[in-house]
Design a protein around this ligand. Structure first.
Ligand code: CA
Ligand code: CA
Ligand code: CA
Length: 391
């Protein structure tokens, strides 16, 4: 071997880390990983950079092994899972771990994941373990809604579609809907403040969303009604919806007699096409309320349910009534589960031979559902794909 070749070999082996300086023991630096990252889920923040810091540079390359671990953020749904190693070149004292964030257009909770250093070579982890938290802060307002579930027939023998709102436009059709407003509690000790804000009711991807929000000092929601705008006497009525869930949440798809302003409740009659108590998210109720005045108020109804463990929040179902001069039949996904006839009110007036208007709302709290607790998550929403009336 020529001398120049031997020199090259020595240099090469030094580069590979096999050669140490002659000045004594090698310094082993400590790695810390001190910075949590919190940023909105925007394109500008599509990569979270977590800095690593050495307490001194060293003469050897350092290798750090790391991986992401899910907390409330889901791997590959909210961020891209990574399990890898990183080399910090000799002579440098800092480096960064990069985690890719999944950007979407839908509203979410602020969500967290961890980046954990799992090992190192030529350096030690300060304190034995090091991790940083990544917080992906929500920046979106639109709620994601499934497109799965039951779809009702386009028509029925002997009946024609006389009215529908398919909620497929850009904005809520004020030819069809107006709002009940305020925080009156509606006689049921409800907590929500009903607004006409586009935060609480809006159209998205072909659905009407009615959204109950926890604003910290109050709950807001929406209660929409078709009084004086769209009123119907009799018909097959189909409403396709995904329902909210949770303790203290009370969605309803219902009707009042158009004479409500003059006759009052319950003399006007109330037809509850669907009500659900969020603590029992697999049970829906069909009910009628009647009585010459509130002291004589009475009601009859019946529940039907999905198998335990399923929820009306999981996918769309169609809530229906089939209503004519002989009475009312309630259906879930075209399966009848309850009927009344004109004898149901006994000695009280039968108010269900009149035009009725629709009410769509999500109440928060009340005597019947009880009140939200720590298990209740917000926002809660009811998504309605369509309301159709066939006669
Ligand atoms: Ca996300
Ligand atoms: Ca999002
Ligand atoms: Ca629709």
């Amino acid at each position: 071997m020529k001398p120049s070749a031997l020199l090259s070999l020595v240099i090469a082996s030094c580069f590979l880390g096999g050669c140490t300086p002659e000045e004594g023991p090698v310094f082993v630096p400590e790695i810390s990983f001190p910075i949590n990252i919190s940023a909105e889920e925007t394109e500008a923040n599509s990569v979270f950079e977590f800095p690593l810091v050495l307490n001194a540079s060293t003469t050897r390359d350092i290798t750090v092994r790391f991986e992401t671990r899910a907390l409330t953020a889901e791997a590959d749904n909210d961020y891209i899972h990574v399990s890898d190693s990183l080399t910090i070149p000799a002579g440098t004292a800092s480096a960064s771990i990069f985690v890719e964030i999944v950007i979407d257009e839908y509203k979410e909770e602020d969500e967290e994941f961890r980046v954990v250093l799992t090992g190192s070579s030529n350096a030690v982890l300060a304190g034995g373990t090091q991790e940083a938290i990544g917080t992906i802060r929500n920046d979106d307002t639109v709620i994601w809604v499934t497109d799965q579930g039951y779809t009702s027939a386009e028509g029925y023998p002997g009946k024609a579609l006389v009215w529908s709102d398919e909620f497929n436009g850009e904005a809520i059709d004020l030819q069809n809907w107006t709002y009940d407003l305020g925080a009156s509690g509606w006689g049921n000790q409800e907590l929500q403040n009903y607004t006409s804000s586009s935060d609480n009711a809006y159209l998205s991807n072909g659905n009407l969303l009615i959204v109950a929000e926890d604003e910290g000092n109050q709950y807001t929601s929406a209660r929409m009604k078709s009084i004086g705008l769209q009123e119907f006497q009799y018909g097959r009525i189909d409403v396709r919806a995904v329902l909210p869930f949770g303790q203290g949440i009370w969605p309803a798809i219902w009707m009042l007699g158009g004479n409500f302003p003059s006759a009052g409740w319950p003399a006007c009659g109330e037809i509850d096409i669907m009500e659900l108590i969020g603590s029992a998210p697999n049970v829906v109720h069909g009910t009628v309320h009647f009585g010459a005045d509130w002291t004589q108020h009475n009601y009859v109804g019946q529940a039907t349910n999905l198998p335990f463990g399923q929820s009306f929040a999981d996918e769309f179902h169609v809530y229906s009534i089939d209503w004519d001069e002989n009475g009312i039949t309630w259906l879930l996904d075209d399966t009848p589960f309850y009927s009344i006839d004109a004898n149901v009110t006994g000695s009280q007036p039968y108010p269900f031979d009149n035009p009725f208007f629709f009410i769509l709302n999500v109440a928060v709290g009340g005597q019947w559902p009880g009140y939200p607790n720590a298990s209740t998550t917000f926002p809660q929403f009811m998504a309605i794909d369509y309301v159709r009336v066939f006669q």
